[in-house]
Design a protein around this ligand. Sequence first.
Ligand code: FAD
Length: 288
Amino acid sequence: MSDFPTTARVVIIGGGVVGVSTLYHLAKAGWTDCVLLEKNELTAGSTWHAAGNCPSFSTSWAIMNMQRYSLGLYAGLAEEVDYPMNYHVTGSIRLAHDKNRMLEFERARTMGRYQGLDIEMMSISDMKDAYPFLETHDLAGGLWDPDDGDIDPAQLTQALAKGARDMGASIQRFCPATGVTQVGDEWIVHTDKGDIRCEKVVNCAGYYAQRVGEWFKPYGGRTVPMTVMSHQYFLTEEIPELKEWTEANGRKVPLLRDVDSSYYLRQDKHGLNLGPYERNCKAHWVTP
Ligand SMILES: Cc1cc2nc3c(=O)[nH]c(=O)nc-3n(C[C@H](O)[C@H](O)[C@H](O)COP(=O)(O)OP(=O)(O)OC[C@H]3O[C@@H](n4cnc5c(N)ncnc54)[C@H](O)[C@@H]3O)c2cc1C
């Protein structure tokens, strides 16, 4: 007999980090009768491409709080679910090019204090000490986020998947959801492998989320306000000075974040990963 599930409490559409994390957290809350559908392999969407930088800093209380929770989760997850991961807490330096940016950092630092985060303001000399390669002539100062770092997004997703499966949740890979039908208070999620009847459906389809959201429109659903923006990063080759510094100090240099010039710069092995946020960034799949 097929072991394809025909009923579930919740069906999650999408096996990126968001969908798998949803499955893991539902299972942890006791909702183990849940099924995740991924049309390809887990992490086949944006998750696979993510640089995996994980800040705690935000100017929004709610986002800072979520990020704070996530960093706590990442710190203990590998051991909890017995799935080793590459997770580096390097700390980060946010660059301020003027006094107004310093004021913004000061506000975030104060907010962070109330969430138990040790975010600190940095003088130029603090920044030079922490990051000897930094050019500081056009900077007013900076902000130190000690909990910032990077995690391998594919490994994180697989760790959450292992945790969810171990608690009894089900993951169906290579199983596209093809539509939904509402029957009374329940939903039928259609797939190529069969239908699943459930109480709730969670749309975690990432850059397909707006398309999946359209299936719910006949039942009173709204447009999912999700737009796909292009973003890319590049990796340099090994940089001898960075290699020498890393070997001498036994650690990577902190992540640099510059919101004014709009990029992140992270050490990747003995090279750098530069991720710019282009000013004329293009939206994709948008019909004019
Ligand atoms: C170059 C780059 C760098 C990035 N760097 C960072 C970073 O440093 N830090 C950070 O926090 N974020 C970063 N991001 C953003 C991060 O990758 C995304 O926010 C995150 O991966 C989104 O996860 P998701 O689960 O929502 O979507 P996705 O990973 O896209 O997952 C959606 C999944 O849904 C599946 N799916 C879609 N339709 C269906 C269907 N009908 N049936 C079944 N499955 C379906 C897809 O196959 C896909 O696997 C970066 C992104 C890019 C592109």
